[in-house]
Design a protein around this ligand. Structure first.
Ligand SMILES: [Mn+2]
Length: 322
């Protein structure tokens, strides 16, 4: 369907419940906040399904719109949600009931009755911006702030490879509104919890280099998470640290999850190493520059040995030794 078909559909119906994804980020929450505001500006009744995992950074955008108990919705719209497996906690009664999915993930499973998916957009917020302009002709300041949050966070403040001209176009248009840009950027990009800072310090100090500095590997034991009090919310982009070192082609973060034998790796690389190919050797995958894999029943030491064995195949032929 086209974007104007989406806005026609929204005009025709009413009593919307908007769904965000599990472990919600700035894009799903900012998109939901902007959509609910835009629908209300048009005169519709709309709420957001309460996502209990929402972190304090984003709560102000969405909490005024949490659906009250017993909200009698008639239409369900998801934003930035690629599959029903990513539905938020306590939403089992919503499975199979999504009328419209608005998404930018090419992997969207088509679980909704109607789907508007545009994989060329860096953030779902870019789609919501165009949709609300089609719907209402304009957006207010608070809607613009929610959309800026969506667009800027999903692009790592316009630094990730997904950033396009359209990302900047939308950002420029929302920045014309009074969104308190300096303070918003400070909250979104230059504020860290103490736990996160301590975690970063330990992760950095723990980096070990292999193959003449082409590979950097660091470890996050469960004990470190416990000691710093960090939760999943504090883990955002932590895997970028070893890959960010000059000269490194491949940065690997090994992590203990629920126990010493419940492990995962996150791999980050530039264009000279294919993270997806590497992780697929272990049953994982993702993107060429960012991938991951999970391991059960082995310890970090064993895992390191397995990784180096596979890395040998890539780097020894290039004349690099461990
Ligand atoms: Mn997104």
């Amino acid at each position: 369907m086209t974007l104007s078909e989406v806005s026609s559909w929204l005009r025709e119906h009413d009593d919307y419940l908007i769904i965000t994804h599990r472990r919600p980020d700035g894009d799903t929450l900012g998109s939901a906040a902007a959509l609910v505001r835009g629908l209300r500006a048009y005169g519709k009744n709309a709420y957001i399904f309460k996502n209990e995992e929402t972190t304090s950074k984003y709560l102000g955008f969405v909490s005024p719109f949490w659906a009250p108990d017993g909200f009698d919705f008639s239409h369900v719209v998801s934003v930035d949600v690629a599959s029903e497996g990513l539905f938020p906690r306590n939403s089992d009664n919503l499975l199979g009931r999504t009328d419209l999915a608005i998404d930018h993930h090419p992997s969207n499973t088509g679980y909704a009755r109607l789907t508007y998916a545009d994989g060329s957009k860096a953030a779902c917020g870019e789609i919501i911006y165009d949709l609300l302009i089609d719907l209402n002709g304009d957006i207010d300041d608070d809607t613009a702030a929610a959309l800026y949050t969506a667009i800027s966070t999903d692009t790592g403040c316009f630094a990730f490879g997904n950033t396009t001209q359209n990302t900047f176009r939308c950002a420029a248009l929302v920045a014309e509104k009074n969104i308190g840009l300096p303070e918003l950027n400070r909250i979104l990009f230059r504020t860290k919890s103490r736990g996160r800072l301590e975690l970063e310090g330990t992760v950095m100090a723990g980096i070990k280099y292999y193959y003449g500095g082409r590979v950097a590997i660091t470890t996050i034991p469960k004990a470190l998470m416990d000691r710093t009090g960090c939760t999943e919310d504090d883990m955002d982009d932590i895997a970028a640290i070893p890959g960010a070192v000059e000269g490194v082609w491949c940065g690997i973060t090994m992590r203990e999850l629920s126990s010493e034998t419940d492990l995962k790796i996150s791999v980050r690389s530039g264009s000279l190493f294919n993270s997806n190919e590497f992780c697929s050797k272990f049953g994982g995958g993702g993107h060429a520059m960012a991938s991951g894999a999970s391991f059960q029943g082995i310890t970090l030491d064993t895992l390191l040995g397995m990784l180096l064995e596979e890395l040998d195949k890539v780097f020894l032929p290039h004349g690099y030794s461990r």
